[in-house]
Design a protein around this ligand. Structure first.
Ligand SMILES: Nc1ncnc2c1ncn2[C@@H]1O[C@H](COP(=O)(O)OP(=O)(O)OP(=O)(O)O)[C@@H](O)[C@H]1O
Length: 321
């Protein structure tokens, strides 16, 4: 449910962009994905008036985003994968620049989940939407003060994109990487977790042994996956309960993917969330792929905080009939 004061800002659009961008920066990670994109991206960006800065090491994209904000950039393109986008969002947040900078992901990474969910499928399309696409504001997740765009996940999960087979993707949809993770480590003991979620003012709790905890912002884990509603001020939270065998977990997940609810999958939409380790040991989280370990994590959404360019396939209300 959208609340009063959180209405969409669907900013204009075709043709208007070059006049409204006071400075265009492009942060280029030359080693993302297959690392063969730098020349092409640089050429397209320079033709369109971007100042291009290449990253030289991990964390550098955060510094470059801060420099772009300090320079007064109103448009920042990010040629990289989800890790680079995450770093740039961190830099914009540190510069307190969400309100004056629009981000556009240029997908040259491995998974490119942020770009895909914003409806941007290729390098060429990214530059196209800069000129003619819609601009919108989307929710940002915050975990212990750290911003994230895509997801915050913990537990037994295989690398989200790389290790997941096509067969598994077909059967288990957006949970395929959990099933692959289970197969890799069949003796996993589970995470002992106490979780409190606030949804529309109501508190919901879950305690127990979990296979994994999946908190999606731009990324959707429940049901068939796909693009999340990233303008609703809520995370979609999925907890998969530990079960005696890998097969049972896989079966529970398959049923869930097929739309049948099961007792072993807890699913809630939440604007605030606290995840505590039941045994006070720290839990290894992944914030958009960035590792973060703690025994108590507080999360909330910043509704409609980040300005982005979106492609034609982006749907602001993906679950409306
Ligand atoms: N010049 C560089 N040399 C080495 N590593 C770099 C350099 N510049 C950035 N990095 C690091 O490269 C890592 C990978 O980048 P990125 O996430 O963009 O690509 P990816 O992993 O291929 O894609 P995805 O995250 O979409 O799967 C990031 O962690 C970033 O910090």
């Amino acid at each position: 449910m959208r609340q009063a004061g959180e209405t969409l800002v669907d900013e204009p659009i075709a043709g208007a962009m070059p006049q409204t961008d006071h400075g265009r920066w492009l942060v280029l990670n030359p080693v993302s994905g297959t690392a063969d994109h730098a020349d092409r991206v640089r050429e397209l960006a320079e033709e369109r008036g971007f100042r291009v800065e290449e990253t030289e090491r991990a964390g550098h994209a955060t510094e470059l985003a801060r420099a772009a904000a300090a320079d007064g950039a109103t448009l920042i393109a990010v040629a990289g994968g989800d890790g680079t986008v995450h770093e740039v969002i961190d830099g914009l947040d540190r510069a307190d620049a969400f309100d004056r900078t629009t981000l556009v992901p240029v997908p040259v990474g491995t998974a490119n989940i942020v770009a895909t969910n914003l409806g941007i499928g290729s390098v060429e399309q990214a530059f196209e939407v800069v000129e003619t696409g819609a601009r919108r504001r989307i929710d940002v997740g915050v975990a212990d003060g750290k911003p994230f765009a895509m997801s915050c996940i913990a537990g037994l999960i295989a690398d989200a994109s790389i290790n997941t087979s096509d067969d598994s993707k077909e059967r288990f949809g957006s949970f395929a990487f959990v099933v692959e993770g289970l197969r890799e480590m069949a003796d996993f003991d589970g995470l002992h977790v106490d979780l409190t979620a606030v949804s529309n003012g109501e508190e919901r709790r879950w305690s127990g042994e979990a296979v994994c905890v999946l908190v999606g912002n731009l990324r959707r884990f429940a049901k068939e996956g796909g693009q999340a509603d990233v303008e609703d001020g809520h995370f979609e939270v999925v907890v998969i309960e530990q079960m005696p065998t890998v097969e049972m977990v896989a079966e529970a997940i398959a049923q869930r993917v097929l739309g049948e609810s099961t007792e072993n999958v807890f699913h809630v939409r939440a604007s605030q969330l606290e995840i505590r380790a039941g045994d006070d040991e720290s839990i290894d989280f992944s914030l958009d792929g960035e590792p973060y370990a703690t025994s108590r994590l507080s999360l909330h959404t910043r509704p409609l905080a980040l300005r982005v360019c979106v492609g034609p396939d982006y749907d602001p209300s993906p679950f409306d009939a």
